[in-house]
Design a protein around this ligand. Structure first.
Ligand code: UD1
Ligand code: MG
Length: 474
């Protein structure tokens, strides 16, 4: 079970019957990232930040989810599919961005029974449980609006939450607009706001842009609603989950946090990680119970490892299924399309791509297996290369069950080596080998009795001749 599946189990909210609309803000330029790629498409644990947010939100089962994208951000709209998108034609701030989603929310936007959850696509660590908790606290505190807050170690550029004596939220002040006393507030806005739908859009219509950035801030909705007598609750969460990503340094911090979470989930699921801080996971890495992962292993996207398998140090896996009891590495590189059967072995400096190894098959050293099927219990000797690419096309190699490929063999695809067949070491196989046949392509060996000694003597004589010539002063 992946970490995501484990989390989803506890996030659903059967208790809440109010229709929920979600607006995910993703139209910002992300200038601080200094990237051609839109900020929200940068990956954390191998998945775009926007997708992390959408996957968390999906667990609340909203009636409607609208992603606000910027002009010309086709790639963001594509990543948002199948959710509806609304285009914010000019980037005039987060409040303006929510207004852009108004039409796409349809009737829900005017429904006093409905609630609208607004999240930013640049907070990839937020969990569905926390969002569900925000919904609960709005209900429990009979508040019109609930805001997610956290205490930041370094509040920096976050909006600050200004509370009243009862602990209710008075207003949010953006860092750039805060006076020194407000800037000293540690309680920060995580950028997630949940509001009664009709009240949200009424308040948004009153938001102005007379502030440090000249933008329409979503956060101003709080002060405006409060001025009209609304109750505004704050739900607190941990910084580890709330941190937003505005720069490359923030991205690295979010990645580190996500990795901590994935490592913890892997160990909770029954995997042994002997040096967890050196193992890197993808959002979807699935480790079964009793998997052992040695230090310095990297999991790219799409890897599952079955029970009892061991991934030894310094291995790199992506798009791979590792069967039960299999042993990988050290120093193995498993590329997409690799499927390792039960108890198979892939050892040091072996690279596989689109390769299926049957149960108990072994490729223990220095081998490349590409576009290849290896039968059960076959043995691939050190230095075997499947020559799968002719410079234009890729071709397949099939190696039957129980076959033995001698060391340093080249199998020139397309080619089949039958079950139980033996390929002699150092062969270059260009034609199919029948079941149980022996194929040898190397040249006949010639041995000359005493030839080694004679050769050495002639070299030594030549060396002496050259040294003598040197001392003659020539
Ligand atoms: C915002 C909050 C701040 C909070 C912080 C949490 C406001 C005004 N500020 O600041 O209080 O502490 O998030 O991380 O809301 N976006 C649009 N259209 C725009 C501008 C932004 O869609 O015109 C989107 C961005 O893509 C991003 C999100 O809104 O996903 C937040 O924008 P960003 O510029 O990152 O705001 P922060 O300065 O982080
Ligand atoms: Mg931000």
């Amino acid at each position: 079970m992946s970490a995501e599946q484990t989390r989803s189990a506890s996030a659903q909210e059967p208790g809440s019957t109010r229709p929920l609309g979600v607006v995910v803000l993703a139209a910002g330029q992300g200038t601080r990232m200094r990237s051609r790629r839109p900020k929200v498409l940068h990956d954390v644990a191998g998945k775009a930040m926007l997708r992390h947010v959408l996957d968390a939100v999906a667990q609340l089962r909203p009636a409607r989810c609208v992603v606000v994208v910027g002009p010309g951000q086709a790639a963001v709209a594509e990543a948002a599919a199948p959710h509806a998108t609304a285009e914010q034609t000019e980037r005039l701030g987060t409040g303006h961005a929510v207004q852009a989603a108004h039409a796409a929310l349809g009737e829900l936007a005017a429904d006093p029974q409905a609630e609208v959850l607004i999240t930013c696509a640049d907070t990839p660590l937020l969990t569905a449980e926390t969002l569900a908790g925000l919904r609960r606290s709005r209900t429990e505190q009979a508040a019109e609006i609930a805001v997610l807050g956290f205490r930041a170690r370094d509040p920096g550029g976050y909006g600050r939450l200004v509370l009243d004596a009862d602990g209710l939220l008075q207003r949010i002040v953006e860092a750039k607009d805060a006076d020194p006393r407000e800037r000293a507030i540690e309680l920060c806005n995580a950028g997630v706001l949940l509001a009664r739908a009709d009240l949200l859009f009424e308040a948004l219509a009153r938001v102005g842009n007379d502030n440090a950035k000249g933008e329409y801030y979503l956060t101003d909705v709080v002060g405006i609603a409060r001025g009209q007598g609304a109750r505004i609750a704050v739900a607190l969460g941990g910084e580890a989950e709330m941190q937003g990503v505005n720069s490359r340094a923030d991205l690295a911090a979010a990645e580190a946090q996500m990795q901590r979470r994935l490592r913890a989930a892997a160990m909770t699921g029954g995997a042994t990680l002997s040096a967890p801080e050196t193992v890197f996971f993808s959002h979807d890495t699935a480790l079964a119970a009793d998997v052992t992962v040695e230090p310095h292993v990297v999991f790219g996207p799409g890897v599952s490892v079955a029970e009892g398998a061991t991934i030894k140090a310094f291995s790199h896996l992506e798009g791979t299924q590792v069967g039960p009891g299999a042993q990988v590495g050290p120093y193995a590189r498993l590329r997409p399309g690799t499927v390792l059967g039960a108890d198979s072995r892939v050892g040091n400096f072996v690279e596989t791509k689109n390769a299926q190894l049957g149960a108990g098959a072994k490729a223990n050293h220095l081998t490349y297996l590409g576009d290849t099927v290896v039968g059960a219990a076959a043995n691939i000797g050190a230095g075997t290369i499947t020559c799968n690419y002719d410079g234009t096309l890729k071709h397949r190699t099939e190696i039957g069950a129980g076959a033995f490929i001698g060391s340093n063999s080249a199998l020139v695809a397309p080619v089949t080596v039958g079950a139980g067949a033996i390929v002699g070491a150092g062969s270059t196989v260009t034609q199919d080998v029948a079941d149980d046949a022996l194929a040898l392509t190397r040249a006949q060996q010639r041995t000359v009795a005493g030839g080694g000694a004679r050769f050495r003597a002639s070299r030594q004589a030549e060396k002496a001749r050259r040294t003598g010539a040197d001392t003659d002063g020539s």
